[in-house]
Write a new protein. Sequence first.
Length: 543
Amino acid sequence: MNNLYYWIGTIGYCLAMVVIGVWIRRRIRHDQGEQMNFEFWIAKRQLPGWRLAVSLTSGWLMLGWLGFGMSQIYMYGATGLWILPIPWMILCVIVIFMVPFIRRIAAVSLPQSIGKRYGPGARTMLAVMSFFVFIAWTQAELFMGGVLMSRLLGVPIWLCMAIIIAPIILYVWLGGFRANVATDVAQFAIMAPFMIILTVVAVQQASAASHGNILQAIGQTAPPWAAPGKAMYLGYLGWLFPIVLLVGYLPGWLIEQDLVLRVQAAKSTREARKAAVWGLGLIGIFVIVLPAIIAFCSMVIYPPDAAGNPNLAVGAEKGKEAYYICSALIANLPAWLSVFMLVGIIACQMSTVDTFANVSALALAYDLIEPGMRKRNVSPKGRLLLARVISVLVLLISLACAVISDTLKDVYYISSGVLSACVAIPSIFIFWRRTTLPAVLTAAVLGFAGTIGAFLYEYHFLQAADANLPHYYQNDLPTWISPSYGYNYLAVGVGLSLASIVAVSLLTRRPSARQLAAIEAVPVEEYERFTAGAVQHPSENIS
């Protein structure tokens, strides 16, 4: 009987998302010419700040990434806050000041901004890498959603993943980016109570387990990857650990295409700044603070066993790392509440999957294929059909990748390094007037090679030195760098990219005045100016 209620909740929710897509389609004016494509990709720059802030928060409430972040707090204690929550909070503050800089380039996508500043070769390379990153993230979050749904619906994981993408295909086809944002707002109305309920449950269970002394119990816990009594110590792994994480993660997060797209989609810079401020509050609460509280409480509810392993048995699964905190908490809820929590899981994953699939399709259709179609004078209507078809194709590719997700685990981790080293560094250096096309291409190639090479060395070639040592010392790295084991590859890739872009820029010919003119002195506010600049003209083929 419980399965029937789960299915009713799932089908009802999916139908509601499709209805929103139909509603958005009826509200969209039937535009002609280029406006059709600007509507599909960026909602004609008409969206208010509050809606974009909610959309971004929904897209970042991804249970795969949050589950990983919570597991790291469980395993390290407070030191695990450096892995996601602290860099994320710093990111949200920086974005408020970044808004006017992002809007100084009239471009729909980040690779297009790169192309306007450096040339079409840079746009192509960055689009390929951007597609690689976000398709990996899409399939990973899709897989996580399938895993969490499968236990409750009682069907195979692949079927649960298909259930997630089916409504997305329909509402993205009908309404494009505008439908994406509208469903994000509706999904947030479910996701916010979901996170609050999960936090309340975690606090109540931790209070019961500790007789009301939660903080004291946390302080007495011995996290599996930290020493006894160090659960609340932020600097357990030393000074290099947070530096490596900030260098490795922050650049990529700062220029994420889903973030940049929402800043550009606001109807004014003031509204975009409002979105950033609202985003700081919403993301701070629902993506950072509440998951951290849940993770700390789980240390009390499910204390590590005598061998130092997480005491998180979910069904027949009990891994060495605490990836199943959410599942373990939901499993103990009353049946009626667990139905709502299942819908919350679907909302979290659907909002993330549609966000990442959207920017994957943007890179493939808008940046890689559409320029060639423009040269062949393909009509705007034909290019709009391409955008829709590619958006559906990306979702199907993500499903196929998620089905074989176990073989793509390395790709998911590598993608974070590629985003920072190969996409973020060239994007940030747009504003340095000395940066050249050869420098960008060199930085992207060396950053890619450095990231992959360092990852393979760190994860696949280092040998255990002593099984009795903590996990971060079980390798052949020098003692001073061992605590950041597992994340050093991020800093290696970013370091190579940064060094090469500066060196090659200084050794090659200065950019032309036409290239530098791609950066406006002030944000581009007028919609007509923006669309005129965002349409690719032959003059963009600069060298």
